[in-house]
Design a protein around this ligand. Structure first.
Ligand code: URP
Ligand code: ZN
Ligand code: ZN
Length: 462
């Protein structure tokens, strides 16, 4: 069979095992796996001495999000270029309805943000922010190709908050339509109370950004996860906990899965490699995100959960704000725009801190960054694995070559990085998206706007 492109002699990670050999590509698809594939007429990319892994799916990003009185600084151009440099070939963002907006209008708005800008493929989770109005629009969105929905248990001031009635009712709808509900789980009323108790000039002067951690003890996340897991157990609706940050959360998910509750969980790489000691730094407010970074013991439990299975996915929750935007806080932690950049460093961090430090095997990393997210979000078998018939979405990484994280050289719209100065292996020497080389020799070469929307017909595990 004549191939358009051959990836030659790499250490190729497939669901069936890892082998040293070749990948043959015809058009946008993987057409053959083997050794010494016939290169007549093909463009050959030498991967000798490199790992060849499936393109990463970051299934939790916010690009150009109006939030906290500003708009997040990575849009589909900078965000997807940043992702490509870290081997990301698919992103899933969250389409959030505006005041009075329908679910369909939210999807249209996010389509416009992505079209003409996105370097890689994309789709959206659809956010239900006004249950009464939105509940009867769910069926239409599933027909339109959106199978994952999202509710926030906090963010009342943004107009995004869902109460228990909404969570319960939406989970019933998920069951009816074979869809899945993603939930930001934090316990809002107790959180509001703790914030109110600490929101004094004296305490803000004394603790600064550390108040972000003081006012969000672990039970804020644990109670909310426990409660929404209960609604999933009662309704049978598929549930996925986003950005889980606590050891208690991992314990609850493990116990629920043991009872057969259809719940899955993701964590974000920052919860694995950073802890809340950063808030005491002079620039500690930069690190504020919701939920906030926790203790080293939480990171350890989340790594363990990745290994033992109750944590299925690693994502970023990319929600970039520049130093200038973060300066809006002026000493009051409740005014910090919440979120951090992450797409560019997801895989390098997971590879360096996970694989090279022996916490995950290379194959387990590929499961958590590619294969699981694709299956869970209804994008398999097209995405997430190196397999015949799949899209030729690939990352070629050197096993040990490191780059220093330097915001001035990065693709992200951020002028800082939580990981500035870190030496990380795992940046993509080459990234392919549907057979196109979009990163070559560590530099982005792909054309913006080439990314495609990915319709879906399923979600969750069977
Ligand atoms: O701080 C964060 N995580 N910002 C983005 C919004 C969210 O809660 O995911
Ligand atoms: Zn969230
Ligand atoms: Zn988020």
């Amino acid at each position: 069979m004549p191939f358009d492109r051959i990836i030659r002699n790499g250490n190729v990670v497939t669901p069936g095992g890892t082998f040293v050999g070749d990948i043959g590509i015809v058009g946008e698809k993987i057409a053959a796996l083997g050794t010494a594939l016939d290169a007549a007429g093909a463009d050959v990319i030498d991967a000798t001495g490199h790992h060849v892994i499936p393109g990463v799916l970051d299934v939790h990003v916010h690009l150009e999000l109006p939030f906290c009185g500003t708009v997040s600084a990575d849009d589909y151009r900078t965000g997807t270029r940043a992702g490509a440099r870290g081997g990301v070939t698919t992103v899933i963002d969250f389409a959030i309805p505006g005041a009075d907006g329908s679910l369909s209008e939210a999807a249209d708005t996010w389509m416009k943000k992505a079209e003409g800008k996105s370097l890689i493929d994309y789709t959206f989770h659809i956010c239900i922010t006004r249950y009464n109005e939105h509940k009867d629009q769910i069926a239409g969105m599933v027909k339109r190709g959106f199978t994952t929905f999202k509710e926030f248990m906090i963010y009342e001031s943004e107009g995004w908050q869902s109460d228990d009635r909404a969570l319960y009712g939406t989970l019933e709808k998920m069951k009816e339509h074979g869809a899945m509900l993603l939930v930001h789980a934090e316990s809002s009323r107790v959180l509001d109370e703790l914030i109110a108790r600490h929101h004094t000039p004296e305490l803000m002067k004394q603790h600064g950004a550390v108040l972000h951690a003081i006012t969000r003890p672990n039970f804020i996340e644990a109670e909310a996860i426990q409660r929404v897991v209960q609604w999933s157990e009662a309704t049978g609706g598929k549930l996925y906990i986003v950005h889980m940050s606590t050891a208690e959360g991992a314990d609850i998910i493990r116990a629920a899965q043991g009872r057969g509750v259809p719940v899955l969980a993701e964590t974000c790489v920052q919860y694995l490699v950073l802890d809340d000691s950063v808030f005491a730094r002079d620039d500690g407010h930069l690190f504020a995100c919701c939920p906030q970074l926790k203790k080293p013991a939480d990171s350890e439990r989340l790594w363990k959960g990745l290994k033992s299975g109750e944590v299925s996915v690693i994502s970023t929750d990319t929600c970039t704000f520049t130093r200038e935007q973060k300066a809006m806080w002026e000493g009051d932690w409740t005014k910090i725009p919440m979120g951090m950049p992450g797409l560019e460093t997801l895989m390098p961090l997971t590879y360096t801190k996970g694989v090279l430090e022996g916490k995950l095997t290379l194959e387990e990393m590929c499961a958590k960054l590619s294969t699981n997210p694709a299956r869970i979000m209804g994008l398999a078998p097209r995405k997430g694995s190196i397999a015949i018939g799949a899209d030729a979405d690939l990352a070629i990484i050197h096993p040990t070559r490191t780059h220093t994280v330097n915001p001035a050289e990065m693709e992200s719209g951020a002028d800082w990085s939580p990981f500035e100065g870190w030496e990380l292996a795992g940046f993509a020497r080459t990234t392919l998206s549907r057979g196109d080389v979009i990163v070559d020799d560590y530099r982005v070469v792909g054309k913006e706007g080439r990314g495609q929307w990915l319709p879906r017909t399923s979600a969750g595990l069977a």
